[in-house]
Design a protein around this ligand. Sequence first.
Ligand code: SF4
Length: 628
Amino acid sequence: MHSMKNSTHQSSTQRRTLLLLDPYPPNHPYRMTASERRTIWFPKLSLPVIAAHTPPDWDVKLVDEAVQEINFDEPCDLVGLSVMTCYAPRAYEIAAEFRRRGKPVVLGGVHPTYCPDEALRHCDAVVCGEAEDLWPHVIADVEAGTLKPIYRMSDFPSLSNYQRPRIDLLSPDAYMTRLCTFTTRGCHFDCEFCSVSPFNGKTTRRRPVPEVIAEIQHAKEWLRSAIIDRMTRGSVWNALATSLRIWVGIEEGSIVAFVDDLHNSHRAYCRELWQALKSLNIKWGCQATLFLGDDRDMVKLAADSGCVSVFVGMESLLEESLDETNKGFNQVRKFEDQIKMFHDHGIMVNPGIVFGFDNDDESVFEATLNFLIRNHVELAYFNILTPLPGTALFERYTREGRIFDYDWAKYDGKHVVFKPKRMTPEQLQEGFYWANHEFYSLSSIWSRLRHTKGRFIPRLQMNYEFRKLVKRTCPHGRLSPIARILKDLHGKLPTVETSQLIPNALQAIKQNVHPSSQQELFLNIRARQHDMFTALLIELEGTLDQLNAKELLRRISQAAKQANMDIIVNFEHLRQATPGALQTLLDTNMVQRIRPYAKLRYRKLKEAFLSAWQEVVPPDQDLLEEGP
Ligand code: SF4
């Protein structure tokens, strides 16, 4: 790369100008105000990275349209845009404007990488993959007048001797912090909806720790002198206000943001990095996995080195949904302890939540909200599942014919573009709105933040700005009456009685299940509206003992009072049950209590447990009808 820099330098005598643009539609409904941006918005690093890899005989200007206006008459020799899928339509508009003015336009980023033919219809060249090694070739070809239509990455760039991202080109006073950097690229996990491992690779590359430390030190000093300069030039009141903001921890640069997608991918590396960070005396935040919270030593080290915030990809509180999206390493039963571990060390937890997995029904919204509020998470980012081009999810939904909207502007995690399995698109959209409003309601903010350890004012301010943003941009959502009924029915109950288990004859035939399998000692209750009848269908899996049977009937009784529709309980997929459980289910007194509200039917109960039927069921038992 350096030899190329020299040759282009020799062949070009005049300085040229590169205009780098981050597109953002000017009338975008989710556009943030200045105070929202300064509190909760980070810049993207892709263009500062490209600027750093541009030969020094080029001048570089950078415009982030989320915070600045584009001057289409800006003198320049080349225009480069980094394009995420949801901003592709705007990027194409911008490209058209510049091309009309005779400027060559190059598009790069995730969307052009996976839709190069589409992108090429709107520009002169497309860069596919990570651009660091390709960019000097693009520049050389522009200088020689031989720009090619496509530049494809042949190998992932090395992260050693990495050029420092040109954060100095970012607009001042526009973001929460410009002190952004990264330590790793790629991810060895492979979540179905995520484009990181397809785009950045399935192995994690890491930057040498001394380089990261030197970069942060340099950036910190640069920003400090910029702030001092601003304080000395402005009024005394401005200087005092800035001092106060620094003291409280809300001035720009109060926090260093590691924007890598998986900061804690390698324990030994993190140990070395976090140990070294101690000398910098900074506060920092990152994106990490929740299971970091299993490791007390590492969480303590992170906190000691200045970590005050982790964004965690929690995604869902349903194990089935996590398994479905290939994120089984998130273990729901550990979430509470993991969150507490961060909180005990003063680290705020910001989960990313995704709604709309195939296992999600309308109950998911309230169940998730209750959990987040109960566990005092300081912020949460809600998203609607989005099949981004390049992901395995996009391929699956395309195969299944479930994508109904290809307007890329809606691929922003805030719109439904596919047919969900267990709710309608409208219910998913409404639930997303509802969750945002509920989470950022005043009562929720108070419940969550009154327990926070440290940095109360910055955390309160972030919630306040999120609340403003939600109120301004999000319609009030509504959940249908069935949502809460489903939430109260669902559950995973531990099975205590494990003697005398009777195997389900239907399951034994199908799967040759060993009746005493240690993994099945729970009862999983899932409910949904029946596809054909006006009824609630309750599916049982796992092992049913007498205690669980009583709890099941209690939940059914509660649902019957609220739902005003028949209830069908399906035993087909239950693995085993105790005689006591079967007797409880058929207890006339208990079942009679449900009768005034709903007709209760048991589906496949008799077939499943025929062998025990005569022993547990009274001969004159005719209370229950077999459900359809
Ligand atoms: S969601 Fe996170 S853990 Fe999963 S593949 Fe993407 S970056 Fe990796």
